[in-house]
Design a protein around this ligand. Structure first.
Ligand SMILES: *Cc1c(COP(=O)(O)O)cnc(C)c1O
Length: 378
């Protein structure tokens, strides 16, 4: 069965009643027939029927063995990091999501876990950085906000060679456009707050693993830490998932047209979008992605905060918000918003200059979107 068909049928009818829309099992616990005799559910932190459906859905879409749903993307990330032991080392892409950078560098480092942030777009950098202490390679591709692309298949080989696990945060593309487990990744992480739910109305996070051993470990950590997704938010994410392929197709079409428009605009300096032939790793994006996604960034020839503020406050359809992956178009200013806590050196290294503007291109009519940018840039 093709992925599009799976996506539409991802919410299975309720086994008990036949309800075509998965019921919201808004319950904390379950009546038992005798001590420890139950119908597979005892307490909703451990398992909940609505959450179970969305967990099975994400596992199926990512082509993994099992899925775990959390109250946010960072709760999912945190649970994966709890697989680590003191003395372990994490190699992460240098423009990793700001919250992931923060938890690694201010929380896990205190617990004796060191992180190195490197440019993973060149495979030689990854080979040089790994050591016998490396337990995780943590990748995002494309990255936020400069859309750097790294080769998942090649990095998976490097991870295997040192006995490390490759973790891919697949938030920017979703399984509709990129399936890291098929490319050799061990764990996939998501902020379901973005494309998976898609409507800007829920916070959620997911982990997908592909072995019975990791399934047991994650199940243990999820239940032990407790940051699980609520039944209602599981249902909202499930509802969003059913149109995932349609949305991502339209997001990608619109973003490519906007990238091409911006390239030819006299006030625009650089445009970062993996769909452009001039993008550094365009060929890798073609190899591992089904399309190029809805995220892009650009900088202005007048590289000042003031110029960026003017554009980001003058757009009308592109609303200024610290989110992405919504059906409506969003604009943000990484240097003062999402990457505020990123150190200046890393900002410089990763191209987060003062005038950098990030767009999460929505599914509106393309002419309206271009007109909106035209008047804001004018
Ligand atoms: C938003 C985001 C996260 C964190 O997810 P939350 O749901 O906000 O906790 C992690 N990774 C990426 C790439 C993100 O965009």
């Amino acid at each position: 069965m093709k992925l599009e068909t799976k996506i539409v049928h991802i919410s299975k009818p309720d086994e008990l009643t036949g309800a075509i829309s998965t019921p919201i099992y808004q319950t904390s616990s379950y009546v038992q027939e005798a001590p420890d005799v139950n119908k597979g559910f005892a307490y909703s932190r451990t398992a909940n029927p609505t959450r179970k459906v969305v967990e099975e859905a994400i596992a199926e879409l990512e082509g993994g063995l099992s899925g775990f749903a959390f109250a946010s993307g960072l709760a999912a990330t945190d649970c994966v990091l709890k697989l680590l032991n003191q003395g372990d080392e994490v190699i992460a892409v240098n423009d990793v999501y700001g919250g992931t950078y923060r938890i690694l560098s201010t929380v896990y480092n205190r617990l004796g876990i060191t992180s190195k942030f490197i440019d993973t777009t060149e495979i030689k950098n990854v080979k040089e950085a790994v050591s016998s202490k490396t337990r995780f390679i943590w990748l995002e591709t494309p990255t936020n906000p400069t859309l750097k692309v790294s080769d998942i298949e090649e990095i998976a080989k490097v991870a295997k060679s040192v006995g490390a696990l490759l973790i891919v945060d697949n938030t920017f593309l979703s399984p509709a456009l990129q399936r890291p487990i098929e490319l050799g990744a061990d764990i996939v992480v998501h902020s379901g707050t973005k494309y998976l739910s898609g409507h800007g109305d829920v916070l959620s996070g997911f982990v997908v693993v592909n072995t019975p051993e990791l399934t047991e470990e994650l199940k243990y950590l999820q239940n032990t830490s407790g940051g699980v997704l609520s039944p209602f938010d599981s249902w909202l994410t499930l509802r969003g998932l059913q149109t995932l392929h349609l949305r991502l197709e339209k997001h990608s079409q619109n973003a490519l047209k906007i990238a091409e428009y911006l390239v030819s605009h006299p006030k625009v300096d650089k445009v970062y979008y993996p769909g452009l032939k001039t993008h550094k790793n365009h060929d890798i994006a073609v190899k591992q992605q089904k399309a190029f996604g809805g995220m892009l960034s650009f900088s202005l020839k007048e590289d000042t905060l003031d110029a960026a503020f003017k554009v980001t406050t003058r757009t009308k359809l592109f609303v200024l918000a610290e989110n992405l992956g919504d059906v409506r178009s969003l604009v943000s200013h990484p240097a003062t918003m999402t990457h505020k806590s990123t150190p200046v050196e890393i900002k410089k290294e990763t191209g987060i200059q003062d005038s950098l503007i990030r767009l999460s291109v929505g599914i509106e009519n393309i002419d309206d979107l271009i007109q909106d940018l035209e008047q804001a840039l004018a």
